[in-house]
Design a protein around this ligand. Structure first.
Ligand code: THU
Length: 138
């Protein structure tokens, strides 16, 4: 498996494992598309989250944002990497809103996509969200 500079193989494995463990907990009565996400922060801590849907569909929170908001609530500030896992054969892809929320806490970071076969694809936030706007503009 490829390795990103700044992330140890152990951290990478743990991120993937925690993202995979998170998706069975997803609340997805409408889409039936469970997603798990795990984020690694500068402290070395990892926070996991799943998507939580709502009968008022627009209130749904994605797995990535769930994980990020839990981390922020615990005092984390700098994002190093995120893993997103789904049970489907197709790889996941963070939605546009989550890409922008990731960007709030990292100019760039490793993004690990994990499908239901446990296969991984590595990419980066800068690839997913080029020429981005962020907090340093304000
Ligand atoms: N979803 C996520 O949680 N993360 C993604 O990366 C893509 C989309 C959720 C939102 C919704 O609950 C379901 O997947 C279908 O869009």
């Amino acid at each position: 498996m490829d390795q990103f500079i700044g992330i140890t193989p152990k951290e990478q494995e743990e991120l993937i494992r925690l993202a995979q463990q998170a998706y069975p907990k997803a609340y997805v009565p409408y889409s039936h598309y469970p997603v798990g996400a795990a984020t690694l922060w500068a402290s070395g801590k990892i926070f996991a989250g799943c998507n939580v849907e709502n009968a008022s569909f627009g209130l749904t929170v994605c797995a990535e944002r769930n994980s990020i908001f839990q981390a922020i609530a615990q005092g984390e500030t700098k994002l190093k990497a995120v893993a997103v896992a789904v049970p489907t054969e197709a790889f996941p892809s963070p939605c546009g809103a989550c890409r922008q929320v990731l960007r709030e806490f990292a100019e760039d970071c490793l993004v690990i996509l994990v499908n239901g076969q446990g296969e991984t694809q590595l990419t980066h936030l800068k690839t997913l969200l080029p020429d981005s706007f962020g907090p340093e503009y304000l």
